[in-house]
Design a protein around this ligand. Sequence first.
Ligand SMILES: Nc1ncnc2c1ncn2[C@@H]1O[C@H](COP(=O)(O)OP(=O)(O)O)[C@@H](O)[C@H]1O
Ligand SMILES: [Mg+2]
Length: 444
Amino acid sequence: MRLSRYFLPLLRDDPKEAEIASHRLMLRAGMIRQSSAGIYSWLPLGFKVLSKIEQIVHEEQDRAGALELLMPTIQPAEIWKESGRYEVYGKEMLRIADRHEREMLYGPTNEELITAIFRDAVKSYKDLPRILYHIQWKFRDEIRPRFGVMRGREFLMKDSYSFDLTVEDARKSYNKMFVAYLRTFARMGLKSVPMVAETGPIGGNLSHEFIILAETGESEVYCHRDLIELDPPGADIDYASDLSPIVDAFTGKYAATSEKHDAVRFDREVPAPDRLTARGIEVGHIFFFGTKYSESMGCKVQGPGGELVTVQMGSYGVGVSRLVGAIIEASHDEAGIIWPKSVAPFDVALINVKVGDSGTDRACEDIFAKLQAAGLSVLYDDRDDRAGAKFAAMDLIGLPWQIIVGPKSIAAGEVELKERATGARHSLTFESALNRLVTAASEP
Ligand SMILES: Nc1ncnc2c1ncn2[C@@H]1O[C@H](COP(=O)(O)OP(=O)(O)O)[C@@H](O)[C@H]1O
Ligand SMILES: [Mg+2]
């Protein structure tokens, strides 16, 4: 992509409404624009990152055996009346009347709708277990939308729903999602810690929040330090195998959000030097709630003995749009964003420091073509601007690598390669630079 033809409205100054780094940087880097409180448009650069995050979520859901579908954003009020949540949900629910005065709502979550779909389609235990998921916009009329996409009113969520015959089977589905979440967040360069959590309006009694430690996080969290060091399972994980040893390793030590925190237990179970009290960002939340919806909505299947069995359910959310902010909170510096390569909007920035100089222009065109031919995605700054401004812009948008080309480097037969994360710069031939980039791209 040539920057001269891209849509990247950068802001020079810090927007005054932004209280935290990710919000400030997303606005400055031209990723999002607010359209009304807690509601955002995703501009091309931001949308690229959002899509990459979505893709990782898809891949890990698929690997775990979850099946993708797509439910609508607008739901009928009736199903929420069936479950009893229509009244309970309160002002967070955006209620709408259509032209026939039928009560509708913009979905804040989908337990009711998926239960209705499953109930009408599945009649036999032979069709269990199943995990269904979608990635869809949600609306919750939060009292205090803030921190940009971190606490929006409209936000993108991945929500999965599991259906099982027995509590024991449901636990297996829960464990699958638990493991899938560890992998999902790790692939985005994040260290997530599963913590015992409150179930809130979803209901049930088994629940974990997946928390990223960050000073600007909204939740106060308490855990054993060892949990931060645990490595997530690899891509070869067999989801048909018994996953409980992995889940046990991640839940064997104290970890709780403030709502579930027990100071006495924390002091008793965790030696003082291992106690970690920190702030965190909730990026995922999983729930087992048994028959809470299947009972009230009559979601039953015929069991092996012909008897009717009420289905056991769980639900599993990932804050897809929140993750964009969370990743920035975890990875930025004074100069701007530092994208982990798995979610970077482009692999490499190509900076022409002397646009108009025919030798430099020619060299850049050649490099641009070769980088793309090697399978790398490139943002080529071909605008006629000061070198300093170009460097600042590329540091701000945080692509993992920069290749800097000017008359001097060309005369020496070299380019300058800069790694955004470390700031390390090396002068080397373009061939060696390309080699480094291709090698880096192939590493996990
Ligand atoms: N207002 C919001 N803005 C952005 N992401 C949100 C918002 N509310 C929830 N999420 C994301 O969706 C995931 C699932 O939501 P859930 O646990 O049902 O909501 P909550 O924790 O707000 O009650 C959360 O872990 C979080 O990552
Ligand atoms: Mg939650």
